[in-house]
Design a protein around this ligand. Structure first.
Ligand code: BDR
Ligand code: CA
Length: 312
């Protein structure tokens, strides 16, 4: 079987970095390009970080594009309090040497979806949905050509991590998320309900360090850094490793369980801005528009992750 074609849309972020490494280590996936977006840190840093991660994987051939530097209609909210000033705080970071592509990320997304056979490209958003929504708005013809969107964002039972009701990626650009969930593209959502069950416990982090490889060491040091914040906040034995859940789903979908439900994004209320209102109990007649995940086999997920990162 030929490799599944994906575009990773991302705002690295330590967990984004691990997701990118997982994808680049997996022959089942053909990463057509990595598109950076403003989110955890401003765009110049998320772009630079994407390059750093490709080089770490020994994949200078991967095409990296810079995208939107601000949400559709809001001021950018960032998350240095979680990820540090660089977005990839923890280990000493190299200065990337590989070249950034000249095209804008949104143009790359549009051109790729028009060029590739319809229904063969999956979008993997790991940050705010600004690039994807901008592409859909600018080129509505590409929407029906998308095979699937598998995204990290939102929350239902876990409610919020940046406000009491909103998850960060959706909160930063709720208007973009609204466009995406209403697009009609088949969507799989990895919300906090799932990612908060994929915790970086000590033995799981040490398994990365014990690989004795540069990618293994970097993953362990990134995890050491960002888990400090979450451990204190949640009193948990590790931090949720959010974004790799998206890539793991593409590789081993049976690790996850969820429900086909209707999901809508709050864009009107200041109090609950960016909340993903998931009709988990099907108490409305709103048509399902997403597979909203709720469970993960965390041991299976980390086994997959360590197996693949060790190959780099
Ligand atoms: C999401 O927000 C970011 O901080 C992480 O990279 C992840 O994509 C979790 O809410
Ligand atoms: Ca992210």
């Amino acid at each position: 079987m030929s490799a599944r074609k994906i575009i990773i849309d991302t705002d690295p972020g330590q967990d984004d970095a691990v997701a990118i490494l997982l994808a680049l280590a997996s022959p089942e996936l053909d990463v057509l390009g990595i598109t950076a977006v403003a989110g955890n840190v401003p765009l110049p840093l998320t772009t630079k970080n994407a390059l750093i991660v490709c080089e770490l994987a020994g994949r200078e051939d991967v095409k990296v594009f810079a995208g939107c530097d601000a949400p559709l209609s809001r001021v950018l909210v960032t998350a240095e309090h979680v990820h540090g000033k660089t977005g990839l705080d923890g280990p000493q970071l190299p200065t990337p040497k590989m070249a950034l592509q000249e095209a804008h990320a949104v143009d790359f997304i549009i051109e790729t979806l028009r060029r590739e056979p319809s229904g063969t490209v999956t979008l993997c958003p790991l940050g705010p949905l600004t690039n994807i929504a901008t592409a859909f708005q600018r080129a509505p013809d590409i929407v029906e050509r998308v095979q699937e969107i598998v995204l990290m964002g939102g929350a239902y039972f876990q409610v919020g991590n940046i406000t009491p009701t909103a998850e960060f990626n959706i909160y930063v650009d709720p208007e973009a998320a609204d466009i995406v969930v209403k697009s009609g593209v088949p969507i799989v959502v990895m919300p906090l309900d799932v990612t908060h069950k994929a915790l970086t416990t000590r033995p799981r982090v040490e398994a990365f360090r014990d690989m004795g490889t540069e990618p293994g060491r970097m993953v362990a040091e990134w995890t050491d850094f960002f888990e400090r914040f979450d451990k204190e906040k949640y009193g948990s034995e590790g931090a949720p490793l959010h974004d790799p859940c998206v890539i793991a789903y593409l590789l081993e979908p049976d690790l996850f369980q969820g429900r086909e439900v209707n999901v809508m994004v709050e864009t009107g209320s200041e109090l609950t801005m960016g909340m993903t209102v998931a009709d988990w109990w099907r108490v409305t007649d709103r048509a399902p528009n997403a597979m909203f995940m709720g469970e993960v086999d965390a041991d299976g997920f980390f086994a997959l992750l360590t197996d693949r990162i060790a190959r780099l």
